[in-house]
Design a protein around this ligand. Structure first.
Ligand SMILES: Cc1ncc(COP(=O)(O)O)c(C=O)c1O
Length: 388
């Protein structure tokens, strides 16, 4: 068998839309990127969307636009990709790392509250929708993470790199926090090759992100070469970045967006298969699904190999690879990464759940088109390895 960890599914219209772009003679940002922004905003129920070249760029623009500055403290889970925290360092701000819940890999209102009780100067929080499901965002008693943060005027940035299309309380992720950032990297739930999207309902965040996305130029200049009436003149109002999404990538994104719900259902089918076939294996912890299964994007399916298994996580990965099954690890936590550990003198004892996850976690293949035969082979191989 040769089952890769991840495989990019093709929708229907990628080649058609990319061909339109190539024939138009205008390869960088223009009408396809604008249309992708419009359709994406509509699909998550946000007012504004700003297409960029990665989720990392979107996160950077988000923290810049909400005014995170040197010395500001921002909550972020340790169980995430470095992009979630590195953008704070771009601004000279300091991440305050949080532990997560063992079963879900998500932050909880209790974890956030504990940090807010210790630190009285937190300016913002980066909420990571680990694997594709949202943590407890809001509750009827106003005890959710967003409720807690809003009551203390803490700005909320959602790292939704894994979470499209995902819902919480019947609303799409992208319609909750001050600003939400998505990834369209090649292994994500929809892709543009490389790409990202910032969405918000706050016009001032949107306007700032739009200006900073393209060199700090104060107006839309995409039409300056194509529209005969457009003025050539523009001004630079800030030292911005070069983060725009070219139309070639947006064309792929538009096609993928059309099939996003089908892709999600396919991932859900794989997750259901794993849940059923691995549910009775004592030495494996399956990921806890805390939202209805159809509200989860199922970007990841991370299982945990318990100490009672015949092998540890690393040997498990090697044996799976020998059988031709690709896996991955999400994540080696940030408190273990040299830069963050040394800069902030982080101690593993402050992250007990994250540590347990890190020692045990392995992500299984999950993507549209993974066949029942392949899923069956993966599950049988896992049974053989952990019960040997
Ligand atoms: C949680 C999380 N945040 C941010 C990113 C960065 O995304 P991008 O590669 O689009 O910059 C990733 C990428 O995998 C991620 O997993």
């Amino acid at each position: 068998m040769d089952i890769p960890f991840s495989k990019v599914p093709l929708a229907v219209n990628e080649i058609n839309y990319v061909t339109e772009v190539l024939k138009s003679g205008w390869l960088t940002t223009s009408s396809k990127a604008h249309l992708f922004e419009k359709r994406f905003a509509e699909s998550v129920g946000a007012k504004y969307a700003c297409a960029v070249n990665s989720c990392t760029s979107a996160l950077h623009l988000a923290v810049e636009a909400i005014g995170i500055n040197k010395g500001d403290k921002v909550l972020v889970p340790s169980l995430t990709f470095t992009a979630s925290a590195e953008v704070l360092r771009y601004m000279g701000a300091d991440p305050v790392f949080m532990d997560v819940d063992y079963d879900t890999g998500l932050i909880t209102p209790e974890i956030v509250k504990e940090k807010l009780d210790i630190h009285n100067n937190i300016k913002a929080i980066i909420i990571v929708h680990y694997g594709g499901q949202a943590p407890v965002m809001t509750t009827s008693g106003n005890q959710g993470i967003l409720d807690l943060c809003r009551s203390k005027k803490i700005r909320t940035i959602e790292d939704a790199a894994h979470a499209f299309p995902s819902k919480y309380d019947n609303r799409y992720i992208g319609s909750f926090g001050d600003v939400t950032c998505f990834s369209f990297y090649a292994n994500k739930t929809i892709t543009t090759g490389e790409g990202g999207m910032l969405v918000t309902d706050d016009e001032s965040i949107y306007q700032r992100a739009k200006v900073m996305r393209l060199h700090g130029i104060n107006r839309d200049i995409w039409t300056r070469f194509t529209d005969k009436k457009a003025s050539w003149e523009y001004d630079v109002v800030a030292p911005g970045y070069k983060y725009n999404m070219p139309d070639v990538n947006a064309a792929i994104g538009l096609a993928q967006l059309e099939e996003a719900e089908w892709f999600r259902k396919e991932r859900q089918r794989c997750a259901a298969y794993y849940m059923e076939k691995l549910g009775a294996v004592d030495c494996i912890d399956l990921p806890a699904c805390t939202v209805p299964t159809e509200h989860h994007s199922w970007h990841l399916f991370p299982v945990k190999i318990k100490p009672s298994a015949a092998v540890n996580r690393n040997t498990f990965i090697e044996l799976m690879a020998k059988e031709g099954i690709g896996t991955s690890v999400h994540y080696k936590p940030l408190h273990r990464m040299t830069y963050y550990r040394e800069t902030y003198r982080l101690d593993t004892h402050d992250f007990p759940n994250t540590e347990k996850i890190w020692e045990r976690t392995v992500s299984l293949p999950i993507y549209p088109g993974l066949t029942e035969g392949e899923l069956d082979f993966i599950c049988k191989t896992i049974h053989n390895i952990v019960n040997k």
